[in-house]
Design a protein around this ligand. Sequence first.
Ligand SMILES: NC(=O)C1=CN([C@@H]2O[C@H](COP(=O)(O)OP(=O)(O)OC[C@H]3O[C@@H](n4cnc5c(N)ncnc54)[C@H](O)[C@@H]3O)[C@@H](O)[C@H]2O)C=CC1
Ligand SMILES: O=P(O)(O)OC[C@H]1O[C@](O)(CO)[C@@H](O)[C@@H]1O
Length: 382
Amino acid sequence: MKAVHFGAGNIGRGFIGLLLHDAGYEVVFADVDAELIAALAASDSYTVHEVGEGARDLVVDGYRAIDSRADAAALAAELADADVLTTAVGPNVLRFIAPHVLQALRDRSPGAAPLAVMACENAIDATSMLRAETERLAGPDEWIELERRAVFANTAVDRIVPGQPSGAHLDVTVETFSEWAIERPPFGDAPPRIPGAHFVERLGPYIERKLFTVNTGHASTAYFGFLAGHERIADALADASVAERVGRVLEETSALIVAKHGFTEEEQAAYRATILSRFRNAALPDTVERVGRQPLRKLGRRERFIAPAAELAERGMPVDGLLGAIEAALGFDVPADPESVELQERLRTDAAAAIVHEVCEIQPGHPLHDRLVETVARRTAS
Ligand SMILES: NC(=O)C1=CN([C@@H]2O[C@H](COP(=O)(O)OP(=O)(O)OC[C@H]3O[C@@H](n4cnc5c(N)ncnc54)[C@H](O)[C@@H]3O)[C@@H](O)[C@H]2O)C=CC1
Ligand SMILES: O=P(O)(O)OC[C@H]1O[C@](O)(CO)[C@@H](O)[C@@H]1O
C-alpha cells in the first residue's frame, strides 16, 4: 500500500505522515520546499516527540520524498499506482495540488481500485474544493471517465503542531491529542485501513464542532493575546482577561453547536474544557503569531469567526464575544505575515463596508451585517 502526501510540514510529518506510516503505508512526501525534501530524502527516519501526559516518541521511517515543483515525472510515477493521496498544505494551496490529482487520475489504470483522496486542512469541505478544482481542469467530458478512478472524502484533522525550534531538523514536537475524522459514505464498504483515523457517517457535525471550538478558541486566544502583548499561547490563556474573553466567545459558538448539531450542553462543555486545557499545555512552544497566521483567510465567510457569527445572528442569538474576537483579529499586525500586512493596508485604505463585503463576504441585509461593519469601522477609524 502506498500513500502520496502533499505538504511535509508540521501536520504532514507530525500527524498525517505518522498515521499513514503506522497504518503500514509506504509514505511518499511531496513538497515544494526543496531544502526540506532534500533533508527528507537524505534521512532514514525522523521522530515525532509528543509532549504532555502519556507522551511517547514515535519513529517514522521507510519514506521517500519528492520535490513536486522540480520533479514532476517522479511524482507522476509515484502517483500512478498510489492507493491514497492526502494533503496538508493549507486550504489556499489546494488549487496548486489539483493538477497533480488530475495527472494521477489520467495515469491510473481504469481497472485499478480508486485512489482515495483526502485533504487534511482546517477548512470545511476541503476535499470537495480539491475535487471541484480537479474537475474544472479536466472539463466535463473527461471528468465523466476520470471521476470513477478516485474516491474523494472530506476530513477533519485536529492536533496542535507548533512551529518547530531551529535545530529540530526533521523531528516534530506535537501534543499527545489527535483526531482524524474521515467521512465514510464515499468509500462504500471499503474505507482505507488507517487505525489512527476514525470514519463517520456525517462529517458536518464533527468539522463544525472542531472548527468553531478548537479553531475559534485558539485563534481568539492568539488575537486577544497578541493585543495584550503575549508571545506564547499558554501565557495568553494564563492572563485572566484573555481567558475571560475567549470563554465568552466559546460560550457563543457552543450555543450554536448544541442548537444545530444536537450535542448536549454537558458534552459540549466537556469538549470545551478539554480544548482549553490543550491550549494551556506549557510544554508546547506555540506562539500567538503562528496560531493567528493568515488573518484574511480566518476572517472568511466559511471560517471560524464569520461562519458561526452569521449563523448565530440568523438565529437571533448573541454574537458580542465573537465580534470582540473579530475586532481583535483586525489588530493582528505582524510584518512577517503577508496576510496581516495586507489586512493592515486595507484597514488604512478601504471602507469598512468594503472589507465586510470582500473579506467576510457578508452582504447588506444579513442580520450580522450592520454590527460587523460597525466593528470593522472601529479599526479603520483608528
Ligand atoms: N499545525 C497545526 O497545528 C494544524 C494545522 N492544520 C492544517 O494543516 C495544514 C498544514 O498546516 P501546517 O502543517 O501547520 O503548515 P506548514 O507550513 O508547517 O506545512 C505546509 C507545507 O506545505 C508545503 N506546501 C506549500 N505549497 C505546496 C505545494 N504547492 N505543493 C506541495 N507542498 C506545498 C509547504 O512547503 C510546507 O512544507 C493547514 O491547512 C492547517 O490549517 C490542521 C490542524 C492542526
Ligand atoms: O492554519 P490554521 O488554520 O491556523 O491551522 C492551525 C490550527 O489548527 C489547530 O492545530 C487545531 O487543530 C490549531 O491548533 C492551529 O492553530
